[in-house]
Design a protein around this ligand. Structure first.
Ligand code: NAD
Length: 319
């Protein structure tokens, strides 16, 4: 049994909300901290949805759901959030300055024994280790979105992480029902996002540059990956447009990648500026709860009545 019984999740957005809920479901006491009361209110709403999803999809009993709810607390007070905590899981935006500032604010407030992990999708723990004030007790623990179905976590150390930290974090992962994936070298994007971000960026490039519609991109992906339920554009909705935007903006600047910056700009104009953040707000590339790709006919050979629209799109290449 690991010593990590009380956790605090920093950031109550898409992933922070899932990690807190799931860890509480698996028996951990969980405090959810955010700078925004509105974000915390949204998180509570997401938790009410997870209560239904866990019963419907993984057979959680009503008693287990009530116990999960009893183990959760929500606060905008950082000192209170971390006063008695064994493990802090940081899930604030994928913006280095925000992560650094949260670690620095938290450092003097933490109990001496507390471990910290980052759920960053693409950044390296070595770049934040000093800001935590306890580099030996810090590493990355990266969850996948839709945690109750995609139950894996990537564990990635930086050069100063203590082995004891890794073993406690690995025990915590296993106790909370996760398959641990040890990453043997520090790598931006770990195993998962090394290809997942590349896939999303390639798919978004096709749309940004007007090569194909989002639905055609997903149709192509799904026909060629039999058994998959969701394509790259649908996946962006699940990740959340704000995080997709943050990743494209940061890596576009770091790599001086003009296409990635154009993709960020497209996401901003078409989604963020319109309040369409993806699944969490009910609309992104698709409308929820029944996105077009979930329709039985999405991958079917169309009727001949579809020909004019196919010609309209294909004829664009003539110009
Ligand atoms: P999000 O935008 O949904 O949520 C971020 C939350 O952090 C918001 O509620 C915001 O109010 C809060 N926040 C902002 N500044 C803060 C601060 N200073 N202190 C505390 N809270 C603050 O983002 P997300 O998609 O949940 O991503 C969070 C982290 O998890 C990122 O590092 C991201 O790369 C990573 N991640 C995301 C996914 C995904 O699919 N969305 C998957 C794995 C990892």
């Amino acid at each position: 049994m690991s010593q990590l019984k009380r956790i605090t999740v920093l950031g109550s957005g898409v992933l922070g909300g899932q990690i807190a809920w799931h860890s509480a479901y698996k028996g951990k006491s969980a405090v959810v901290y955010d700078i925004s009361e509105t974000a915390l209110a949204n998180c509570r709403r997401a938790h009410a949805q997870y209560a239904e999803i866990y019963q419907a999809e993984i057979g959680a009993s009503l008693e287990a759901i009530q116990q999960t709810q009893a183990r959760l607390r929500y606060t905008c007070d950082l000192a209170e959030a971390v006063a008695e905590v064994d493990l802090v899981i940081e899930a604030v935006p994928e913006v280095p300055a925000i992560k650094t500032s949260v670690y620095q604010q938290m450092a003097p407030l933490l109990p001496a024994h507390t471990l910290i992990v980052t759920n960053s999708s693409t950044l390296l723990p070595r770049d934040f280790a000093a800001a935590t004030g306890r580099p030996d007790k810090y590493c990355a623990l990266h969850y996948a979105n839709l945690i109750w179905r995609l139950n894996m976590v990537e564990i990635m150390a930086h050069p100063g992480t203590a082995e004891r930290t890794l073993s406690e974090v690995a025990e915590f992962a296993i106790e909370t029902g996760m398959v641990p994936i040890p990453v043997q070298k520090e790598q931006n994007g770990y195993v998962l996002n090394t290809w997942f971000v590349a896939l999303q960026n390639a798919a978004q490039t096709l749309v940004t540059n007007g090569v194909a519609t989002p639905e055609m991109v997903d149709r192509t992906f799904l026909i060629n990956n039999p058994g998959s339920k969701i394509g790259p554009m649908g996946m962006m909705d699940v990740v959340g447009m704000k995080t997709v935007y943050d990743v494209c903006t940061y890596w576009g600047h770091v790599n001086q990648d003009a296409q990635m910056l154009a993709n960020a700009d497209y996401i901003k104009t078409h989604f963020l500026d319109k309040g369409k953040l993806g699944l969490q707000t009910g609309e992104g590339y698709y409308r929820y709860p029944t996105p077009a790709y979930s329709r039985p006919d999405f991958l079917a050979v169309p009727g001949l009545s579809a020909v004019p629209e196919i010609v309209r799109l294909a004829a664009k290449a003539q110009r």
